[in-house]
Design a protein. Sequence first.
Length: 368
Amino acid sequence: MARVELRNLCKVFPGGVQAVKEANLVIEDKEFVVLVGPSGCGKSTTLRMVAGLEEISSGEIYIDGVLVNDVPPKNRDIAMVFQNYALYPHMTVYKNMAFGLILRKFKKKEIDERVRKAAEILGITELLDRRPKALSGGQRQRVAVGRAIVRQPKVFLFDEPLSNLDAKLRVQMRAEISKLHQRLRSTMIYVTHDQVEAMTMGDRIVVMLDGIIQQVATPLELYHHPVNKFVAGFIGSPPMNMINGTLYAQNGNVRFRDDSSTIDLIVPEGKRSKLESHLNKRVTIGIRPEDLNENASQTPKPGISIQAPVEVVEPMGSEINLYIAIGKQSATARIKSDREPEINKPLVLDVTMGNVHFFDLESELTLV
């Protein structure tokens, strides 16, 4: 397949709106890379520039070592799957999948072989004679993917392909696309705003904000070692709790006290040396909901416990999401419990301090 490289890629729209700023990224051959970020972060614009559907303001794009800035989309040897399926309503599934090959004047026998093989891979062989209006959303998306597969391109591009599907079908199609990548071993670039999709599908994830690539890493590296507050808060569901406060020294320990003096936590020894330069300065700590654990005895442990009233309880089956109040700030805890905590009653939660993240209040960069 192909290696894709972006060098100092920029896109400026009329009016001076800069959608993508100096993007540098290498996507290796056979890699599945997901571009993720909030709406308007530049991820779809980046994908469309790779496809040749959006003009590049500056920078370079290489596919398989070839500069493609001025190469038309049809000659880039890529296939794109769109959010809205983009199927021809008057054509059968078979003709929708075969259309691109017919335009390229492939022989009938090869077209038939490619279409039927792709249909078999996707489990849509029995749908080949139907038209799109007779298909469900999930079936239409399979047809759109099949149309891309028959092209046998160097690179597959997916632009939020699951956003029109219901929750259950999204989970199913997520797994189908991942299995498809393992089977085809193709280079795939996938755009989504859903961090769960990104975490479950990508070999590596590219997190974007305001047109700038914030971090490129594997899913677990992003989760455990975010480079800044935005990445930390964007990756993980429910999102990380962010609490502002001050670091100070006491009896040989580095401690953190929040602005409302509701919590007072002891920083683990392994992180102290890197935080000493921020003593008596305000910082932000990040605590993931799953790192707040119900204290079995409901007896606070000095330096690692938070005592907070419960505002909302969300039973999730084996786990419970709790919305709690830390001073004037709301936070979320995810606990395993056989009973539902009482609303408005204080609950003692122990913090897994080894997993707590620390961020500079101004730059929002990770301190440890």
